[in-house]
Design a protein around this ligand. Structure first.
Ligand code: UDX
Length: 431
């Protein structure tokens, strides 16, 4: 099929690249002309395993192209995905100005039937507004449909999640729209949930909020474990074997970050308030997530006593492994808090440091994990990158001024490290 994706950010690029890989003719549009120039050369501005290769393969096969004109995209494609950002406003609401702009630009360029699909994460009932906007700006009586097709892509494994989803959700209002999206997703072969637009929009917010709830739940349990001598990883293992609970998203740590959970929770809480429902459960989820960062910072202070003038080695900055994304990363809050106490920070992260040179003033960026340890009074683990799993701990012991490791992601086997003479502190376990 001929499809266009308006908005070549994280979601738009992965969606466009994967649809072209499936054999469709795809146009990706962005109003950032510098980004489009880069993409035309196959240079991808985000770190997502496998994406650069997927894009260059499909550029070569001429199934994927990058332009900055919505007009050309609307002319060439029957199905148009809106994949622009919906960042949080001050009051927590989603900023939908991008959505409205694109809907208007699509409408004024339509000359025949088009299916406009919301891919961006939007508050429930946005579909109605997109429809209203198009009705307002189309030049003459042209038939069109609006649909919702939320994404469930996790950063660092987005291509896998696109090609092997647990389910695909489409919210449609006509047989024509249902047929088009059913055909488009047929090659994926995953369960297809066909429902109304509002339900599809709500499935997205409800799913992300529930995943965040699981994380805050196990983080709350980690606090009780610390007081009672229980081990949160054991509790999580015992819980997760119950199929009704499942093992996923039950790892205690320093809390969730990223560009989705915090934003989607804020948006969902405000959406609920607008419908007259006070979503106290999600407010607690958000609060627990914030507290987990403070809880970890207090652990550091308890272990170091005086933080001022101490040198602290940190492994991991990105909000989770296999991404260079640091948006709302717990590591940022922790670094700022320690710097405020007068600590000197030495940081190593496999992928996100280049993006943050200007952001983290006073932080020493290191070439490898061992440099971050050299002369440091303690070592913090803030992101559970695979390359931190098998470090040479003898070398680390010699590099650190004190053999103190405070593990924010329960990455290591505490018994083993204690046997090698480390003071090892983790989350939700007896120390
Ligand atoms: C999430 C959703 O998973 C995805 O479906 C949605 O489309 C976008 O938002 P993402 O934010 O990329 O994806 O990362 P995810 O893997 O979900 O992790 C989110 C955060 O939760 C990370 O900061 C991670 O460190 C944290 N996390 C995850 C935990 O603290 N414990 C866990 O057990 C799992």
């Amino acid at each position: 099929m001929n499809i266009s994706i308006i908005g070549s950010g994280y979601v738009g690029l992965v969606t466009g690249a994967c649809f072209s890989e499936l054999g469709n003719n795809v146009i990706c549009v962005d109003n950032d002309t510098k980004k489009i120039t880069q993409l035309k050369k196959g240079l991808v501005p985000i770190y997502e395993p496998g994406l650069e290769e997927l894009i260059s393969n499909n550029l070569k096969k001429k199934r994927l192209k990058f332009i900055s004109s919505i007009k050309e995209a609307v002319y060439a494609s029957e199905v148009i995905f809106i994949a622009v950002g919906t960042p949080s406003l001050e009051n927590g609401e989603a900023d939908l100005t991008g959505i409205e702009n694109v809907a208007r630009n699509i409408a004024i360029n339509m000359a025949g039937y088009r299916l406009i699909v919301e891919k961006s994460t939007v508050p429930v009932e946005t579909g109605k507004w997109v429809k209203h906007t198009i009705q307002t700006y189309i030049k003459r009586k042209i038939r069109f449909d609006v649909a919702s097709n939320p994404e469930f892509l996790r950063e660092g494994q987005a291509i896998h999640d696109f090609m092997h989803p647990d389910r695909i959700v489409v919210g449609v209002e006509s047989a024509k729209a249902k047929e088009a999206l059913t055909n488009l997703y047929k090659p994926i072969g995953a369960p297809l949930v066909v429902t109304d637009i509002e339900s599809a929009e709500l499935i997205k917010h409800a799913s992300n909020s529930f995943l965040a709830t699981k994380i805050s739940f196990i983080n709350a349990i980690s606090r009780i474990c610390e007081k009672t001598g229980a081990d949160v990883t054991e509790v999580s293992r015992g819980m997760g074997l119950d199929k009704r609970i499942g093992p996923g998203f039950l790892n205690a740590g320093i809390g969730y970050g990223g560009s989705c959970f915090p934003k989607d929770l804020d948006a969902f809480i405000t959406i609920a308030e607008k419908t007259g429902y006070d979503f106290t459960l999600l407010k607690s989820v958000r609060e627990i997530n914030q507290q987990q960062r403070l809880f970890f910072i207090n652990k550091i202070k308890d272990a170091l006593w005086i933080v001022k003038d101490k040198t602290i080695g940190i492994l991991g900055l990105s909000f989770k492994p296999n991404t260079d994304d640091i948006r709302n990363a717990p590591a940022l809050d922790i670094i700022y808090a320690l710097q405020k106490e007068g600590a000197k920070i030495k940081l190593y992260d496999p992928s996100s440091m280049k993006k943050t040179k200007g952001l983290l003033a006073g932080v020493k960026f290191c070439r490898d994990p061992y440099e971050a340890c050299r002369g440091s009074d303690c070592l913090l683990i803030l992101t559970e990158w695979d390359e931190f799993k098998e470090l040479d701990f003898n070398k680390i012991k010699k590099s650190l001024k004190r053999s103190l490791i405070i593990d924010g992601r329960n990455l290591y086997d505490g018994q083993k490290l204690k046997k090698s003479g480390f003071n090892y502190i983790s989350i939700g376990k007896k120390s």
